[in-house]
Design a binder for this molecule. Sequence first.
Ligand code: SAH
Ligand code: SF4
Ligand code: F3S
Length: 463
Amino acid sequence: MTKKLYIKTYGCQMNVYDTERMVDVMAPEGYQVTDKPDDADLVVLNTCHIREKAAEKVYSDIGRIRQMKEKHNREGRDMVLAVGGCVAQAEGGEIMKRAPAVDMVFGPQTYHRLPDMVNRAITAKAAGRKPRILDTDLSVDEKFDSLSRKQVERKSSAFLTVQEGCDKFCTYCVVPYTRGAEFSRSVEDVMNDARRLAEAGVVEVTLLGQNVNAYHGLTVSGEEWSLARLIRELAKDPGFRRIRYTTSHPADMSEDLIRVHAEVEECMPYLHLPVQAGSDRILKAMNRHHTAESYRRIIEELRRARPDIALSGDFIVGFPGETDAEFGETMHLVRDIGYAQAYSFKYSARPGTPAAVMDDQVPEDVKAARLAELQAELSRQQVAFNENTVGRVMPVLLERRGKETGQLVGRSPYMQAVHVTLPNKEDVAALFGQIVDVKILAAGPHSLKGEVVGPAQAGQPAA
Ligand code: SAH
Ligand code: SF4
Ligand code: F3S
């Protein structure tokens, strides 16, 4: 009998990828995905612990699902409620105490054991016992070996996790604690997954890792491959048309990787390279292992290698002790660099991290004012970047259907969403999943509109 699985994904792309793998491992157990939690036999919340707001959201969602669960019970049905991901890793025991409706708590390195955990929960329930399953083991080595892509992907663009965890220990960040130590998958595993994706029709791959440019996977003969090497090979075999990677750390931006941007046509001219702040004193207190100057130099070299490269970043305002002048240095850096897109956050004190107990926590209203100022500048830059593409012809990977009939939505090389409308149905079917040349006609803050002017010759921007 088929059963229904509902998974809600919070947080970063690593979680998006992990959710897909959970769907893969549950499929042979008879679980089919539903988008309605109320229909589900198994509800999984794949959670994020990065900021307080993200973590608190989980508890309100648990409350909502608990009501559905109680309704199910009154109707004589049952539901397994499971909390996975980074909140599970960080506060597993507390979730169990605070939310008795939760049957299972499991951390990011345990997903290969999900079917077993679910079966144990169901067995316990059948025997009239309350399941209390908690698995927050952090040893990473087994996770990916046992997860394979059982489902055939029907997408033109896919994520591929090549590296997990983080040893950088930025003083504000929970990731080293929730994801564990840095770990690179073997070259063979990555290549096997890559070939499987390519065979299923994937033309764009995004290599994922918390610090993906620290990748250092081993081949069967014990040779170590950097991310640069991996990208060069993936461009040849299996020959992806577009290759992206995220998230990178400035301290791991090697010369060779910068050269890849100049030499590998398939490597997209877009890079997410978080800097967090523009003040060296703050960067040091954050334990970032780079300065504002070293970041500027990297960007210069990237632009020399690939003049049309567009940048994205992450920023934190109101780190403990940040003065107005130091925040001003962040604004200065942002104006100098010029971003196509960016994420910015108010510093959020996270339990167990060094920064949470630092003196001089910045008042909430000061953080809010700084964030508003920074976001105004970043969105001005984003609008300007988008408007700059009007009139240009760019290759766009048409990857999903739009809301209107005949509409397809794709991504430019710079990750902009591009909407095109096609006059007849046959074109919609024929161009779905393809890279085509699109002339950009109009730009909004978050998306572009264009018309198809012909198939692209390569996965590269035209003039
Ligand atoms: N590994 C990546 C991303 C980590 S989390 C990297 O090192 O860049 C994504 C972003 O969340 C970070 O880049 C940072 O800007 C933000 N972030 C992390 N911890 C935070 C905290 N405690 N408060 C506010 N923002 C935070
Ligand atoms: Fe967090 Fe820093 Fe590691 Fe990024 S590099 S995941 S911000 S500790
Ligand atoms: Fe959040 Fe965990 Fe990703 S804390 S940002 S889901 S690694």
